[in-house]
Design a protein around this ligand. Sequence first.
Ligand SMILES: Cc1cc2nc3c(=O)[nH]c(=O)nc-3n(C[C@H](O)[C@H](O)[C@H](O)COP(=O)(O)O)c2cc1C
Length: 176
Amino acid sequence: MQNETLKVIRARRSTRSYLTDKISDEELGAILEAGLWAPTARNEQEISVAVVRGGEVMAAFKEDFKKNNQRGARFDDFDYNAPVFLFLYGPRDFPYTEMDSGIAAENMALAAESIGLGTVIIGCIRDFMRSDAARSWRERFGMTENDIFTVGVAIGRKDKETPERPRKENRIKFIN
Ligand SMILES: Cc1cc2nc3c(=O)[nH]c(=O)nc-3n(C[C@H](O)[C@H](O)[C@H](O)COP(=O)(O)O)c2cc1C
């Protein structure tokens, strides 16, 4: 079977090379809206998104991350210099914060793909974002002491297409 939605799901790849072009307010608005309309456990709608549009804020964040990053230089440019980076977070005492974040992130990734933009979901800043070293960033992003960072989403115009990564087989079991 084939339709527009299935095509977008199949075509989305993690983009790790972006053009420097900005993305428009309209494009960003459509992507964020797709995140808000994601389903949430118990309809709690507790996932928040801090939107950083590149520039000095992102440069300062990356500098701080670099100083504290235990994961090696490969991760220093974790946002692949995308023009927009989203920080998703929610309450640490809600059992579905991670799940709801993942669903919202994928909704936004698919929305971006559907309008010709690239994304990559980013988990490698999680330890830093949850550490004491990131306290001031958490405050800046509107997080309370009860919030935890879950994932980031980099968004921009694709510079290079990402080759497909083959999917593992035998992961679906039909039970009769
Ligand atoms: C929760 C999560 C965290 C991820 N973290 C990173 C990351 O920190 N850096 C990165 O380059 N890609 C990251 N990815 C992207 C995956 O590597 C990617 O989805 C996977 O390799 C499959 O490739 P595709 O998205 O192009 O199909 C993450 C994906 C998910 C779902």
